[in-house]
Ligand binder design. Structure first.
Ligand code: C2E
Ligand code: CA
Ligand code: CA
Length: 525
């Protein structure tokens, strides 16, 4: 830190050596300008530009921070007054200043003198500012709010972070410290902190601003987390007043492009909903789903479960939370575990059918389940998403159908007649297996028009004629023809069938039967 002499300061303050710089703050979703943060720069005649870390601490300690802030706002307000009225200005207020009773009056006068509306002013306070004498800060903050100013809690997550600070003053914004934002794409913990801060801000109704945004990757992750505003080199470095019109124009140009790009990569279920809203919407769907659903963490503990799955498992919802699958379902865990491990290693396991052998009186006997690896914003697997369907009744109905079909088939085989089914054009769809013995055919050769090849050559055309007549008129079929059982002579059969129609009268199928008969009387030998 440089050594600053008192005469240095008075010269600097009165000769305009302290200059406001402005860094854009933008809407992450659209890239549109939200406002500027005012950052102090000292244009030292001998040393050149001096960074704020070098003189702000001293200004606070030696008591000239109030004068400095006043000087910067005096220069900055007219600059902003010339920009669009929607463009905000964020000003850093040091801890001491927030307790100074003259601050509201000073700001009010500066606003009036420059024509800058105080509804556009955001005062950024660091957490340390709130450490002591909250009462006094509270009264100053209340006056500032009364004047229309907004309050932001700066550098949230660093220093003396405490949730009670959030309640100490009526904040409107929460600024996530750049240290988290910058590590967020590499470090899981930082990502979790950003996610938690954004979520916290949302649930308290605060606007969240991410600081130190340097890459598009960070923009995308922040959007995914539901953060609204961003500030950082990705959008622009702090710049002097003269450069503002150019910065505004450039941001306006790229905003439309950014909006299209950012929206293209968004999850499709909601473009506008914030995560908190999406969450309550999803929760409602989750609870009412006709499917058992749960989320397991990496240790296979239930983090969330809906009522339907809790019922399938045979325990209340509350008993599951925090317990492992092994604890909840000891009987079948050994069967489930390999599938769960596969999901944890990134494989999606779907549509697995298995018996659900839980102790009586659980009425569920069969289930179909899917395990899907659940990933976070950085594609890391954080758990398993479980979906389970009870198929007991379906399976039972299927079994019943199969048994009754078997009964029916067995019965049919006992009849002297051989039943058959043709489609509306005369193609065979089904026939009793006894047809094979009778006709000498094998396998499925009878399908379609294949059955005609078993007929005596002289009988094919007359049979076709009868069939065509029936197909055209809908009248019952009645035909005699010869077939030859294996190793035997030609025998006569009598085939009869009638049409089954749909409600519009169109023929759907032909049902019929045939049986061996002595040579018909009307046919000459
Ligand atoms: P701050 O309020 O957190 O301001 C943001 C700082 O992050 C600024 O540093 C800014 O230049 C820097 N920054 C912005 N975007 C990026 C980025 O993408 N990457 C990186 N690495 N840095 C970025 P600056 O201007 O040096 O200010 C440092 C601190 O000094 C400020 O931190 C603030 O606490 C204090 N300060 C600056 N001006 C004033 C002032 O007028 N009054 C008071 N009380 N404090 C001030
Ligand atoms: Ca700040
Ligand atoms: Ca900050």
């Amino acid at each position: 830190m440089i050594v600053i002499e008192p005469h240095d300061i008075s010269r600097a303050l009165h000769h305009g050596e302290f200059l406001p710089h402005f860094q854009p703050i933008v809407h992450l979703r659209t890239g549109q300008l939200y406002g500027f943060e005012l950052l102090a720069r000292w244009n030292h005649p001998r040393r050149g530009p001096v960074a704020p870390q070098e003189f702000i601490p001293q200004a606070e300690r030696d008591g000239w921070i109030g004068e400095l802030t006043h000087e910067l706002m005096r220069q900055a307000f007219p600059v902003l007054a010339r920009l669009s009225p929607s463009c905000k200005l964020a000003v850093n207020i040091s801890p001491l200043r927030l307790r100074a009773q003259d601050l509201p009056r000073q700001i009010c006068d500066l606003g009036a003198a420059s024509g800058f509306a105080l509804q556009r002013l955001i005062l950024e306070v660091t957490e340390s500012a709130l450490m002591d004498d909250v009462e006094q800060s509270r009264s100053v903050a209340a006056q500032l709010k009364e004047m229309g100013c907004h309050l932001a809690l700066d550098d949230f997550g660093t220093g003396y972070s405490s949730l009670s600070h959030l309640q100490a003053l009526p904040f409107d914004e929460l600024k996530v410290d750049r240290s988290f934002v910058q590590r967020m794409t590499q470090q899981r913990d930082s990502r979790k902190i950003v996610a938690a801060v954004v979520g916290l801000g949302q649930s308290l109704g605060l606007t969240t601003v991410a600081e130190g945004v340097e890459t598009q990757e960070q923009v995308e992750m922040l959007l995914w987390l539901g953060c609204e505003l961003g500030q950082g080199w990705h959008y622009g470095r702090p710049a002097p007043a003269a450069e503002l019109p150019a910065i505004v124009a450039a941001l306006e140009q790229s905003a439309t492009f950014d909006a299209a790009k950012n929206l293209a990569g968004r999850p499709s279920f909601s473009l506008d909903g914030l995560p908190a809203q999406r969450l309550s919407h999803l929760q409602a769907v989750y609870d009412s789903a006709p499917v058992g659903l749960a989320f397991l963490d990496r240790e296979l503990r239930y983090r969330d479960i809906n009522r339907r799955l809790a019922n399938l498992n045979g325990h209340p919802v509350a008993d599951h939370i925090g317990r492992t699958v092994a604890e909840m379902l000891p009987e079948i865990f050994p069967v489930l575990e390999p599938y769960l491990r596969r999901a944890l290693s990134g494989e999606s396991v779907s549509g697995i059918e298995m018996p659900w052998d839980l102790p009586e009186p659980n009425p569920v006997k069969d289930i179909v389940f899917s395990y899907e690896p659940a990933r976070d914003e950085a594609d890391e697997i954080v758990g398993v998403s479980v979906a389970v369907i009870d198929v007991t009744r379906l399976k039972r109905a299927e079994e019943d159908r199969r048994t009754s079909e078997e009964h029916f088939r067995n019965m049919m085989e006992l009849l002297p007649q051989i039943p058959w089914v043709l489609d509306p054009d005369g193609r065979a769809l089904d026939v009793s297996r006894r047809w094979l013995a009778l006709s000498g055919m094998s396998g499925e050769d009878w399908r379609g028009f294949g059955w005609l090849t078993a007929l005596h050559p002289d009988d094919v055309q007359p049979t076709l004629d009868i069939m065509h007549h029936s197909i055209q008129t809908g009248e019952p079929m009645d035909a005699h023809y010869r077939v030859r059982p294996k190793g035997s002579d030609w025998i006569w059969v009598h085939a009869r069938g009638s049409a089954r129609r749909d409600e519009k009268g169109n023929i759907q199928l032909w049902y019929g039967s045939l049986e061996a008969v002595p040579r018909p009387v009307h046919i000459q030998p």
